[in-house]
Design a protein around this ligand. Structure first.
Ligand code: G3I
Length: 333
């Protein structure tokens, strides 16, 4: 069965991929995407370092390939991401003398970039991660904005500008603030209050994106339930934007093959988590995996190079117990 059909009427079911995964639009990888997913995210190709590596020099070849693939196949396209501290070229933050750019210069560059990228895909990209990971990770400085170059130059206002420019470039696109570990109570509260502040000022924020890179044990299912529930009072859209589940609980273990008992554990955990998403389907418009199969996953290079099996399809694109747990749990031993 097709995943997107199983969840039809509840939320979109999506995947992220890199352009090389669909270089053959008739190959098995593309076929898998067509069959199961109705939302697509580019893993790297719409980021600033890909689209505008040097000032004013735009390169949309890879991004166009992915967006065209989505359009040709009736798949809704998500935009990831406009303003981030990572995968953003150095020149964005410095002037011609090598000093930190002024706020004015930074905003001029931001506006030009957003106009070009959002404008190019106006009407094609239904949702944008306007800002990504702007909250300081909980283990560093709980409950504050990340001390990025964006923040150092412009303070909290850079977030407002990013949303305003994105809305001007495509008034119909849904605009998201995206972050990880949003189940962490301190980070979650800060994010909630930030969105509340932005909305009170009339900033066009439509939704919150929960990356949801999780592990085989943590966060607990109840914490994911609380994570969604915590944003209900804001009346905003919510998306699970980058879901995957590492099979490890630390950075040192490494399995040669995927132990059967862990496969079953992963499947059952996926089922419980999707029960939570289903329960909150009135608040969640899409659930998107960060990758489609266990070969093409960032978790095979991060935090260390090792095998990992975080997704629903294995290295040979075969359905795992994790897949069956979502479409027919009776098939999970
Ligand atoms: O393209 C080069 C290749 O030529 C080279 O041989 C290879 C050797 O390392 O590197 C390749 O580039 C890598 C690129 O992914 C393409 O695979 C970069 O080193 C690597 O840093 C880059 O990682 C990406 C990462 O973001 C960078 O921050 C991952 O693919 C991408 O999945 C990941 O996505 C992020 C989201 O944007 C935000 N949330 C977290 C998520 C996972 O980290």
């Amino acid at each position: 069965p097709s995943l997107k059909d199983v969840f039809a009427g509840q939320f979109k079911l999506g995947t992220a991929l890199l352009v090389n995964e669909i270089k053959n639009p008739n190959g098995p990888d593309a076929e898998l995407v067509r069959k199961h997913f109705n939302s697509l995210t580019a893993g790297n190709e719409l980021k600033w370092d890909a689209t505008e590596p040097a000032e004013g020099q735009f390169n949309f070849t890879a991004a166009d390939n992915i967006v065209n693939f989505a359009m040709d196949n009736g798949i809704a396209m998500r935009g990831h991401t406009l303003v981030w501290h990572s995968q953003t070229p150095k020149w964005v933050f410095y002037d011609s003398n090598g000093n930190l750019a002024s706020k004015e210069l930074l905003y001029a560059r931001m506006k030009k970039h957003i106009d070009a990228v959002v404008g190019r895909y106006k009407g094609k990209i239904y949702a944008w991660d306007v800002v990504n990971e702007v909250i300081e990770p909980g283990d560093k400085k709980p409950g504050g904005l990340r001390n990025s170059l964006w923040y150092q130059i412009a303070g909290e206002e850079f977030i407002e500008k990013a949303f305003i420019y994105a809305h001007e470039a495509d008034p119909d696109a849904k605009l998201f603030i995206n972050d990880y570990n949003t189940n962490d109570p301190v980070k979650r509260q800060f994010l909630h209050d930030l969105i509340k502040r932005l909305k009170a000022k009339g900033i066009p924020v439509d939704g919150v994106g929960h990356q949801t890179h999780i592990g085989i044990e943590y966060p607990r299912v109840q914490e994911l339930d609380d994570m969604i529930e915590a944003f209900r009072d804001l009346g905003i859209d919510q998306q699970i934007t980058e879901l995957d589940m590492s099979v490890y609980t630390n950075d040192t273990d490494a399995y040669e093959t995927f132990p059967t008992e862990l496969q079953i554990k992963q499947a059952n955990r996926y089922r419980e988590i999707f029960d939570v998403f289903r329960k909150h389907a009135d608040q969640i418009s899409a659930v998107i995996f960060w990758g489609k199969d266990d070969l093409n996953t960032w978790l095979r290079t991060f935090p260390v190079v090792r095998n990992n099996w975080p997704l629903l399809f294995d290295e040979r694109l075969q359905a795992k117990y994790a897949y069956w747990a979502l479409v027919d749990p009776s098939k999970v031993p």
